[in-house]
Design a protein around this ligand. Structure first.
Ligand code: FES
Ligand code: FES
Length: 210
């Protein structure tokens, strides 16, 4: 890098000359070191929260989950997925990637399918949530649950709650008119076992019967 500073003053001329050419590596090392120090001093300036506490104020959030009204005190940073699994003990909703890439955590939020790992529970005060636990009526399976069994739409079953919730949304949206349409509109739900033929057949069957 060439030094393009304006001509030096007398005072500057008295100090040791800055090297006219500085390697890119040296500049990056200096910048990185400064950034690290700044980060460390910022973190060090914050008092650590007491053990077992997050340090963030809790937020009161009301949710209707599978028909039950729940009033919760939540850390505003908690994802909807973590609240379902860890606060409400509804572990049917699965955590796969935790970054919106696999669809294992799909639930219905006010009737629309969402990946619950990518949204914060505190953003949905007053919302209605349906998880896989809320689909059946007692012993009576939801038609799509029954169709998954009938068409062998699963192997290990890890993706299945998300597939079924997504399938329910897909049918309600009117996006289940053909196998190709189902494949397209369910493409956010990954199945590592490759049970796709059974999944598509189950969604198509349930859509036809609905
Ligand atoms: S766990 Fe949410 S998309 Fe994978
Ligand atoms: S059934 Fe195993 S990941 Fe889908």
């Amino acid at each position: 890098m060439i030094n393009r500073q304006p001509p030096s003053t007398n005072a500057e001329a008295a100090s040791p000359p800055f090297p006219a050419i500085v390697s890119r590596r040296a500049v990056l090392q200096m910048a990185g070191g400064a950034a690290s120090l700044a980060t460390i001093s910022t973190v060090a300036a914050q008092p650590a929260p007491p053990p077992g506490q997050t340090g963030n104020a809790l937020e009161r959030v009301r949710l209707v989950v599978n028909g039950d009204a729940r009033e919760l005190e939540l850390d505003p940073r908690q994802s909807l997925l973590d609240v379902l699994r860890e606060t409400l003990d509804l572990t049917g909703t699965k955590k796969g990637c935790n970054q919106g890439a696999c669809g294992a955590c799909t639930v219905l939020l006010n009737g629309r399918r969402v990946v619950s790992c990518l949204t914060l529970a505190a953003m949905h005060d007053g919302a209605e949530i349906t998880t896989i636990e809320g689909l059946s009526r007692g012993e009576e399976l939801h038609p799509l649950q029954a169709a998954f069994i009938e068409h062998d739409g699963l192997q290990c079953g890890y993706c299945t709650p998300g597939q079924i919730m997504s399938g329910v949304g897909c049918i309600a949206e009117g996006h289940a008119g053909s196998p190709e349409e189902i494949q397209f509109w369910m493409s956010g739900n990954i199945c590592r076992c490759g049970a796709y033929p059974g999944i598509v057949a189950a969604v198509a069957d349930a859509a036809e019967r609905s």
